[in-house]
Design a protein around this ligand. Structure first.
Ligand SMILES: [Zn+2]
Length: 319
């Protein structure tokens, strides 16, 4: 698969408006540009988010790199919504090129927008403590990882991913992109398990030699053996930021795959299931335990079946 060929279909302006169209259709939202909003740089686009004629909140998209700017991609809550008192405001701060984008960037844009739309839709809580993305830490990535699925779906991509001549991205090319993405996922899953085990065990019990413990855990979880003389944990930055909870990356993915099992992959723009997801999960913010949000949406407790199916699939589906 040729990344240059793929890039021809992802012009930034079309991707941005496509993302707004797709999420607008899914969640019944309208994004109204606010040209005179107070913004911190001329690159920043502000929109009011409306549903059924009422303003739900405001979003700011600051999507291109510039000197001195944050170098990663993230969503930042600016104002927490409180019912009857204040509307939520949030910003996406990312570093995407102004012209053609890598598909990986498109996936990142959908991911981060998943956090932003969660922040806005959950803006009608009684207290800021439960407003927006204030769920448990091991759930907060699930809505954003879920929205990534839309960036891998040929029917969805066809709605906005067109080349300079206006031709939509071929389904066969999306199938190849998916197959390439799926390559090595078993290895990646095992490596994530290894990292999660290191993060957990080194905080749970630090007795003895750390390198010996890491060697044991690598032999148990990872595909590749421990490399003599290495001390991986000494530069594993997540040990201080995520502490014992590195597992949340993979656990959120387990939940995201479970949530995705309720959607029809052949009709990802169907409004009924998306509306139910909006109301039972996103709009609730942190006001309920995440396990209850998932049960309310799926009609059953969470499980790992969707994750297992994904792990075992060959990735050759065309949708
Ligand atoms: Zn995220």
């Amino acid at each position: 698969m040729d990344a240059q060929q793929v890039r021809a279909y992802f012009d930034f302006a079309k991707v941005r408006s496509g993302l707004l169209d797709v999420t607008g259709r899914l969640f019944g939202l309208e994004y109204v540009p606010i040209d005179d909003a107070a913004v911190w740089h001329e690159d920043v686009a502000a929109y009011d988010v409306r549903a059924d004629g009422a303003v739900l909140g405001r979003i700011y998209l600051d999507l291109h790199p510039r000197d001195g700017k944050f170098k990663h991609a993230a969503q930042f809550g600016l104002v927490s919504g409180i019912a009857g008192r204040q509307l939520p405001e949030g910003a996406l701060v990312c570093n995407f090129p102004r012209g053609l984008m890598e598909h990986r960037d498109v996936v990142t844009m959908f991911h981060e927008f998943g956090h932003l739309v969660h922040h806005v839709l959950a803006g009608k809580q009684a207290w800021a403590r439960f407003s927006g993305v204030t769920t448990e830490w091991d759930f907060v990535e699930a809505p954003s990882q879920l929205l990534e699925e839309w960036a891998w779906n040929a029917d969805v991509l066809r709605t906005f991913a067109t080349d300079a001549d206006g031709a939509a991205i071929p389904a066969a090319l999306v199938a190849k992109m998916r197959a390439a993405d799926e390559f090595g996922k078993g290895y990646l899953a095992r490596t994530q398990m290894f990292y999660a085990a290191v993060s957990y065990w080194l905080h749970q019990n630090r007795a003895g030699d750390l390198t010996d413990r890491v060697r044991e855990l690598q032999d148990k979880y990872d595909l590749f053996p421990f490399m003599e003389g290495s001390h991986f944990h000494a530069s594993f930055g997540h040990l201080t930021s995520y502490a014992s909870a590195y597992y949340t990356y993979m656990w959120s993915l387990v939940i995201a795959k479970d949530l995705f099992s309720a959607f029809d992959p052949d009709d990802l723009l169907a409004a009924d299931v998306a509306t139910r997801y909006r109301d039972t999960v996103l709009a609730q913010g942190g006001s309920k335990d995440a396990a209850d949000l998932v049960t309310d949406f799926l009609g059953r407790p969470y499980n790992a079946d969707g994750f297992r199916r994904w792990l075992a699939s060959t990735g050759k589906r065309t949708s």
